[in-house]
Design a protein around this ligand. Structure first.
Ligand code: C5P
Length: 237
């Protein structure tokens, strides 16, 4: 497969066209950003770790019946993915209260959320990804009611699979963000799943093992991602 022009340069990944219109190449860069791009750094090895981590997680999800964008691993930092028509909303599930939830609502940081909460945000950097609801999605035509329903079902299915996967490896899946797209009439999980887009705490110490280490300047960011990969049995080399 031939890598062609760069189609999208995101904050941490680039998407390239290929000679097959049905497939794209997703490149995981070392760029790490937070606060809507207000803090950006290059972290050695991060692109490689996230590419392999994402590959591992997407394979687990496919095996559990969640359709994903992933096709195959191409290189240390690149994967071949299906060319989805992306839906411009982010789906967030929270199993434990922290982050923006505790800024918006009178909720104590660290408490278990039973049942977990589900939130939609609009993907719009200029507006800082505002929170939206099903009615906004319907009124502004970002997705159909059937697609909204499918995104919710799949996001909760991902929670069932990954909460257990991380728990078995001594970690708490605190929260995460997913994006979906359309492929041949089906709603498919797109983008990535890596410690850049979720919160993972050590089950005993509650030490942060995700991008909050970068956001909060705690250091050891990639080392924490590698620790998570190691606990799950992700092959990094
Ligand atoms: O910031 P907030 O608490 O709303 O984030 C919830 C979850 O969604 C976190 O795991 C965060 O990493 C992820 N997220 C993301 N990309 C965004 C917003 C949130 O990956 N644009």
């Amino acid at each position: 497969m031939e890598k062609k022009a760069e189609l999208i340069k995101g904050k941490a990944k680039s998407i390239y066209e290929t000679d097959d219109p049905g497939f794209l190449i997703m490149e995981f860069r070392n760029d790490t950003s937070a606060f809507d791009g207000g803090k950006i750094e290059q972290l050695d090895r991060k692109g490689m770790v996230n590419n392999k981590f994402n590959n591992f997680i997407m394979q687990k999800l496919e095996a559990a019946g969640v359709p994903t964008q992933l096709d195959s691993l191409l290189s240390d930092t690149e994967s071949v993915v299906k060319n989805l028509d992306m839906i411009p909303v982010e789906c967030v599930i929270r199993n434990v209260a922290t982050g923006s939830l505790c800024k918006r609502l009178p909720v104590e940081d660290g408490i278990d959320l039973v049942p977990p909460t589900f939130e939609f945000f609009l993907k719009d950097d200029a507006l800082h990804d505002p929170m939206i609801n099903d009615y906004h999605i319907r009124t502004f035509g970002w997705a159909s009611d059937e697609e909204v329903a499918a995104m919710k079902v799949l996001t909760f299915k991902v929670n069932d699979v990954l909460k257990k996967l991380f728990a078995d490896a001594g970690m708490i899946l605190v929260d995460y963000k997913l994006e979906f797209g359309r492929y041949k009439g089906e709603v498919v999980l797109g983008d990535e799943f890596s410690p850049d887009g979720c919160r993972l705490w050590d089950a005993e110490t509650r030490a942060k093992l995700d991008k909050d280490r970068f956001r909060q300047g705690l250091g050891g960011v990639v080392e924490a991602y590698e620790e998570v990969a190691h606990r799950l049995g992700v092959q990094l080399n």
